[in-house]
Design a protein around this ligand. Structure first.
Ligand SMILES: *Cc1c(COP(=O)(O)O)cnc(C)c1O
Length: 388
């Protein structure tokens, strides 16, 4: 048996373990939802991104089952070869309508979308400006584009403007999370859009944690703020409860994605069943705004409860970080909460900066008031002190 990589893996895993950064998988033996079974224990979960409680909705499962029957399991090829099916186009039309965009292009995940969008739009002669706290998939998208990458200080439109004024480049693109995934704060999109307009830069906004959550009709932060972006990325894996993602924009931008984005061109198409479930999720989300209202009641309850415990918290998204500092501390508090029936995973570097290991609570429309109170009471009993 070849043992070269095995030796490397042992060394690296040992090093991660010494730093408290080794990760471990832990399978659920239940469907996704506010209550899950992990390690034989029934727990109230605050770590999923199933913000509207759709992941285990039987209507989505039924839509998938029907498509499975008629279209089979695998797409069999990339979309540009023979993997393209009616189900992909139906979902793209639904996604464009959901976003109020001219068109939308599916990708196999949000990660694949972000890796492909920037690379499709720009190349070595161009400059991409990226928020310091952008999601890893945008960071990797910057690298794959081969453009010069300028990282601007988090949410700082004035710093961005100075950097844009100094930068040359054939094309300039600014990319940002709408809601930042580990802090739950918002990008200053109005200011960013204004800076982009003044400097003729394109704006790419990742609405992963904002679609289904923010905006009068749930289109995300651009809708909430009345901002136009060149491309909006949204994942179907979070609030919509399914899998896959799409880029929404003009018909030409979307057409370019199919021609240039490597993660679109060189990857097998999504299964039709996943597309059918995605289309049903969009229909349910649009028909049932009460889900978003329930989510916001829970967001406000969680924010008020955390503040009463002295934890800084704002009702601005479904994400509530409890920053604890060192990785070992975050792991220890997660174990203590679990003993009280609360499942929340520790988030450690490199997902978050050094010294800011945290528990990241996410509330959903499906949590009951009692379940939210259980988390708040467990935190109160532990008298958790947050890092300054
Ligand atoms: C989760 C996430 C992604 C990736 O989406 P997937 O569909 O899970 O691959 C991209 N951007 C942000 C900000 C995210 O939080």
């Amino acid at each position: 048996m070849p043992a070269v990589a095995d030796q490397w893996a042992r060394e690296d895993l040992d090093a991660l373990a010494r730093q408290g950064l080794r990760r471990a998988l832990e399978p659920l033996s239940s469907a996704q939802g506010p209550e899950v079974v992990a390690g034989g224990q029934r727990l109230v979960s605050f770590s999923s991104n199933d913000y509207l409680g759709l992941a285990a909705d039987p209507r989505l499962a039924r839509a998938a089952a029907l498509a499975l029957e008629s279209r089979g399991v695998g797409a069999g090829a990339s979309r540009l070869v023979v993997g393209d099916m009616d189900a992909h186009h139906a979902l793209e039309r639904a996604a464009a309508a959901l976003m109020g965009a001219e068109a939308a292009r599916l990708f196999n995940s949000g990660y694949a979308a972000n890796a492909g969008i920037l690379q499709a739009l720009c190349g070595p002669e161009d400059v991409v400006f990226s928020d310091a706290l952008n999601h890893a998939s945008l960071v990797d998208g910057c690298r794959l584009s081969r453009a010069k990458v300028v990282v601007y200080p988090h949410a700082d439109a004035r710093a961005l403007e100075r950097l844009l004024a100094e930068a040359g480049g054939r094309r300039r693109v600014v990319c940002t999370d709408a809601v930042f995934s580990m802090d739950g704060d918002h990008a200053p999109l109005r200011e960013l859009a204004e800076v982009c307009r003044r400097h003729r830069a394109a704006l790419v906004v990742d609405e992963a944690h904002a679609v289904g959550v923010l905006g009068p009709t749930g289109r995300g932060l651009c809708e909430a703020l009345g901002v136009e972006a060149d491309v909006r990325m949204a994942t179907l894996g979070k609030a919509l409860g399914v899998f896959g993602a799409f880029a929404a924009g003009s018909a030409e931008v979307v057409e370019l994605m199919a021609n240039r984005a490597r993660t679109f061109v060189f990857s097998t198409a999504l299964p039709a069943a996943v597309c059918a479930a995605g289309e049903e999720a969009i229909a349910v989300m649009r028909a049932e705004p009460a889900r978003r209202e329930a989510l916001w009641r829970n967001i406000r309850r969680m924010a008020a409860g955390l503040r009463a415990l002295g934890v800084p918290a704002e009702p601005r998204s479904a994400i509530f970080p409890l920053v604890l500092g060192e990785p070992a501390r975050a792991l220890e508090v997660a174990v203590q909460l679990r003993a009280r029936g609360v499942l929340v995973k520790a988030i450690r570097p490199p997902t978050v900066p050094e010294g800011t290991s945290r528990l990241r609570f996410a509330v959903t429309a499906a949590h009951s008031e009692a379940q939210i109170d259980l988390a708040l009471e467990a935190l109160a009993a532990l008298e958790v002190r947050v890092a300054a």
